[in-house]
Design a protein around this ligand. Sequence first.
Ligand SMILES: [Zn+2]
Length: 221
Amino acid sequence: MAARGRTPSDGPSAARTRVRACAACQKPGEPDELVRWVLGPDGHVVPDLGARAFGRGAWLHPAPDCLRKAQSALSRSFRTQVLTSAEEAVQLLSEAAGVQVGRLLGQAKRQGLLSEGGTLTEEAYQEGRASAILVAADAGRATLKPWLERAIEAGRARIWGTKDELGRFWGRPEVAVLGILDQRLAKRVFGGIAMALLAPEQVSRGKRIETSDRGLATEDE
Ligand SMILES: [Zn+2]
């Protein structure tokens, strides 16, 4: 049997379909670990979080180390000079991710995959039905009961939005706690929140900022 022509990038996984690699670090990743970027006719790129947009696409990890190289890596992938800077790319990704989180929560509400309020959400969490919890940044100290603080420490609960914003997903003026009753959806929401909290300063050359407190910041409209 004749040997197939192989390029250096061919590996055992090269034959598998659906394997995508990050254009910056070259590491392969599952579709939900990478963000697809689409090249527009004007030379700028936009994030395609649904990975459904028409056009030429390339993939990047939504991580500062990879996004810092977005412009050169995507220029290489698209074989043309991409005009979007790393800072602009992060700004676009953060905005798109914020919109996507809202869309996912709206969808979750319609499908009955949300629980509202501390009591019902605690029940759902203790019974293993709530995969993730969102706590409004302006929720009072009374909301942050020990079980919820433990969930935050365990990475199962995140501070996100304001009571007004969470209330909008639920259809009530103010909501302090929302539980997400679906594991897959919870993973997507938390992934979206992590991207929404990215800041252009994180990819500015020669600058690294401490990001550990950003999760507590109130989301600006
Ligand atoms: Zn990467």
